[in-house]
Design a protein around this ligand. Structure first.
Ligand SMILES: [Fe+2]
Ligand SMILES: [Fe+2]
Length: 278
């Protein structure tokens, strides 16, 4: 399977998911989602990947004219979140980037970042986007210290960045429109595995402290949790929170070894170009 763009869909009446799907060796498929909030001042949440940039931007353009975007909320600098950022700055000249200073700093070594296009947000800050406020929060789990998610106070959607994500064993499950539809006995172990890999620090975290952070997220009573790496959570947040509570005592998933990589490569079909060259 190659990385693919999925069909955009509405998670809430004015909040759209632009999904992409990426194979995970020996595991399945992980979704990488960006989101469009059709606020009075429209907000794009994260900017997709560079690899699928053309298709991502054409999917976005099917939902909104880029010139109409007013905000790009960048949850952190990772390339699955910031892939089309610099192209968007060109085609969306009105858009200001909402993010942390650390995100900007971590983007700078690649290419200087236009600071006049940035509005800094930190957990606890509120940003008004015309018809609603976006309240910045730090998700309980994260893989970059720059991470900032938020709660949309009009829809009640919680944008949790990498937190609550999971690779899933099939493309069909990864493409579900609701995490509630993924069988609990499938979702739970994959969420734990993702947490121990993506937020590796969690296996040395204090269980009570993590539980407190998870409870804080639950007390926000979001109508939906929109993770960058899972179908939208509408009804199963309590269960998911209880799953992640156990991650400090979980066994970390070991990294792929060179032997496993070579076995994986040996199983690949040669591409047509390689066949011709041979
Ligand atoms: Fe990340
Ligand atoms: Fe991510």
């Amino acid at each position: 399977m190659q990385p693919e763009l999925g069909e955009p869909f509405a998670a809430l009446p004015d909040t759209h998911v632009i999904p992409t799907f990426w194979p995970v060796p020996n595991t399945g498929v992980i979704g990488m989602n960006a989101f469009l909030i059709r606020a009075a001042e429209p907000v794009l949440v994260d900017t997709g990947t560079g690899f699928l940039g053309d298709r991502f931007l054409s999917a976005l353009t099917s939902l909104i004219r880029p010139e109409d975007l007013r905000w790009i909320w960048l949850t952190h600098e990772d390339l699955d979140h910031s892939g089309s950022l610099r192209r968007l700055l060109e085609i969306a000249p009105q858009a200001q980037v909402l993010t942390t200073f650390m995100t900007v700093g971590r983007l700078m070594p690649e290419q200087p970042f236009p600071l006049d296009r940035v509005r800094l947000v930190n957990p606890g800050d509120t940003v008004n986007v015309g018809d609603r406020n976006l309240r910045a929060i730090r998700p309980p789990l994260f893989d970059s210290p720059a991470t900032v998610g938020f709660l949309d106070d009009r829809t009640g959607a919680l944008f949790s960045s990498d937190c609550f994500g999971a690779p899933l064993p099939s493309a069909e499950l990864a493409a579900a429109h609701r995490a509630d539809d993924v069988p609990p006995d499938v979702l739970a172990p994959h969420q734990v595995a993702w947490a121990t890999v993506d937020s590796a620090w969690v296996t040395t975290a204090d269980e009570a402290a993590l539980g407190h952070a998870l409870d804080q997220a639950r007390r926000l009573q979001p109508t939906a949790v929109l993770s960058s790496h899972l179908p939208p959570i509408h009804h199963c947040l309590d269960r998911v929170v209880d799953t992640l509570r156990s991650t400090p005592s979980a066994d970390p998933v070991p990294g792929m070894t060179q032997t496993e990589l070579e076995a994986l490569l040996a199983g690949f079909e040669p591409t047509p170009k390689e066949s011709v060259d041979a």
